[in-house]
Design a protein around this ligand. Structure first.
Ligand SMILES: C[S@@+](CC[C@H](N)C(=O)[O-])C[C@H]1O[C@@H](n2cnc3c(N)ncnc32)[C@H](O)[C@@H]1O
Length: 283
């Protein structure tokens, strides 16, 4: 195994990771509840879409695995040797409780410094996590190192809200609140924008030895009763930490009133989000 020099983190990366660790340690498992509830029109979750891209891979690593929702889907699909890495210990503690992951190698750590030997995986996956990471070139180099030649990469990143539905309405209402947040409730910038686009991912992963990225967009729907949609959206957006109790209550009231007109006859509110799925192969 070649040794990877420990990359130095700049202050922005350090602050972002500290924020993410603290956020996820305070509320582990919350985002996977929404991730499991959100469905494509064909009934699949985003986790199932990513897992489907690496079907047949025997040894799979999940970057930013949190409470193991994607790893559990991979286990059900027949992957034999599963590993995950995350910054947040309490997320990993929940992953360890999943019977399907009893044999998984779950590590506390950074995707920029993978504690795995060269060529130990047939596939590396990530669901809604790569776009939060800094030093993505270093992540790409590490992914290339731990993959076998020909190994697969499948990554889902956020692609924005579907216009005219509850998620975009939520953002339109929430942005002025986020902008007016008190200075003491600030949050660091998260991730590298290049990880959200096909061109950016090519720039990041190409030099590390990956084939041009394949790209598809799926729509997932977090829709349901208004209160449920509010819960899911406020769990999905980290920026909610910027709001105090009174601001959160005011935004909630505005949102619940505004979404009434989107409800169908059963009171169901549509809340579509785009999920971009990037795939590639290590040469
Ligand atoms: C939005 S959550 C998604 C969790 C999970 N993949 C899912 O979709 O349910 C992002 C996760 O990535 C983790 N994460 C962010 N940056 C990381 C890094 N540099 N190394 C390892 N994990 C990281 C966070 O701790 C968090 O658990």
């Amino acid at each position: 195994m070649t040794t990877t020099p420990s990359p130095s983190r700049d202050a922005g990366a350090e602050a972002a990771e500290e924020f993410l660790r603290d956020f996820h340690d305070r509320g582990p498992g919350r985002q996977s509840v929404s991730g499991t509830r959100a469905r494509l029109a064909d009934g699949r979750t985003g986790y199932q879409v990513v897992a489907g891209e690496v079907a047949g891979a025997r040894r799979v690593l999940d970057l930013g695995c949190a409470d193991g929702a994607l790893l559990e889907v991979l286990a059900a699909g027949g992957a034999e040797l599963l590993a995950g890495i995350d910054l947040a210990e309490r997320e990993l503690a929940l992953a360890r409780l999943r019977p399907a992951l009893a044999g998984a190698d779950l590590r506390l750590g950074r995707a920029q410094e993978l504690p795995f030997a060269d060529g130990s995986f047939d596939a590396v996956v990530s669901h809604m996590a790569l776009m939060l990471m800094h030093d993505v070139e270093q992540v790409a180099a590490e992914v290339a190192r731990v993959l076998v030649p020909g190994g697969q990469l499948a990554v889902a990143v956020g692609g924005g809200a579907v216009e005219g539905q509850a998620a975009s309405l939520f953002l339109a209402l929430a942005r002025p609140y986020f902008a007016a947040a008190a200075p003491e409730r600030s949050m660091p910038r998260l991730g590298d924008g290049r990880a959200r686009s096909r061109e950016g991912l090519d720039q990041l992963f190409g030099p590390a030895g990956f084939a041009p990225v394949g790209w598809s967009t799926v729509l997932i729907d977090l829709g349901g009763a208004a209160e449920q949609v509010w819960e899911s959206l406020t769990e999905a957006y980290y920026d909610m930490v910027l709001l105090d109790r009174a601001q959160t209550a005011a935004l909630r009231a505005e949102f619940l009133t505004a979404v009434e007109e989107l409800a169908d006859r059963d009171g169901r509110i549509p809340a579509g989000l785009r999920l971009n799925v990037a795939t590639s192969r290590r040469f």
